[in-house]
Design a protein around this ligand. Sequence first.
Ligand SMILES: [Zn+2]
Length: 59
Amino acid sequence: MTAAIDPEAPCDLCSLPVGVRPFSLAAPEKTLIFCCEGCKGIYQMLHQIKETGDPLGNN
Ligand SMILES: [Zn+2]
């Protein structure tokens, strides 16, 4: 039961296809997907999203 993410799905930041190894970010309302760690980081910064589901995150 792996979460099937369409490799053609657009990155939530830059709209490029996310590819087969997307970077996902579990936001409160939905799971966002990004083509690269940079896009994920920028989106997180812009929207002040705290990743959920990772209580051991090193902050
Ligand atoms: Zn991107």
